[in-house]
Design a protein around this ligand. Sequence first.
Ligand code: LMR
Length: 396
Amino acid sequence: LFSAIEMAPRDPILGITEAFNADKNPNKVNLGVGVYYDDNGKVPLLDCVRKAEAQLMEKPTPRSYLPIDGLAAYDKAVQELVFGADSAVVQEKRAVTVQALGGTGALKIGADFLKRFSPNSQVWISDPSWENHRALFEAAGFVVNNYPYYDAATRGVNFSGMLNALKEMPAGSIVLLHACCHNPTGADLTQEQWTEVISVVSQRGLVPFLDMAYQGFGDGIEEDGKVVRRFAEAGGPLLVSNSFSKSFSLYGERVGALSIAAVSAEEAGRVLSQLKRVVRTNYSNPPIHGGQVVASTLSSPELRKLWEDELAGMRVRIREMRQALVEKLKDKAPGQDFDFVIKQRGMFSYSGLTKEQVARLRDEYSIYAVDTGRICVAALNSKNIDAVVDAIAKVL
Ligand code: LMR
């Protein structure tokens, strides 16, 4: 059975971490994976998480199975965060939320659910998109297409190309959209552009699937989540995957959720019953700890304030690193314009580095980035930035 199995390629993102871990150079830098590191190069353990865990430890609970759809307090808190507690969709009980294994797990539940109920639809993802989007939807059985998104000439969004593609998609097509902090480009739509997208999606009867893995890393929790609320207000089916890997620095706990907006409470009940079947046949039910930490933090005014402040701190530090990167590159690589890095949102910069330049950064300087030139700005710090800038200037 196994003798004919070929070696699979390394994962384009997590495979970089494997190579990085094997590198013996003490000055190595991993700008590959989307993980936030603090100025000491460490993944932070947030104070809100520490405090929530201390409170949970005071009243330890037995570890029975959670319900298939997860911890009820978690699902409620996430739904209110995603749609707004006072939103019509929440008030009218038209929204359903299931706890998922990170944002990837949420996408997978959504993909399996859609394949079951809309088997002939095709999926459309941005060009480019997160490396795993295509693989994940293809693994669920879908044909996956690209819609135009990034414009290398302006380093921004090819909005007319995107809108024209949306206008030509058959009704029922599933459109994967990044709610904020577009991965990998860092180029987001403006609110005015979202207005046009929402209107075309509604008119053509497309099925929007919003991926929100970086809420709070763009302009703020409210600001970054606004597009989800706008889609929900427009009516029609809506799927939203969200993740607390980055915003709570809980990567290894795998805490995310899939939320769906239905047209009525009755329809929402049927949708939930089917989502539970998908979960049950994938992994039965989710783990407890991460969900408890997030639920207690979001539902305690004191811890929630702490979380918002800590998330703002991460957002501000990333911005400072963008600024520093641009200023230092001006110095070391005169004649090259990197100002676009400041405009990009979230953890990433689509740096414009070619595959060959990325290979040289890795082979000659132990600096790791994604082959497409995506670098994780959140991995830069005051100690490694000069070495990274020097290396970039040399390979340019
Ligand atoms: C990334 O894009 O680097 C992150 O979303 C981590 C991952 O799972 O790929």
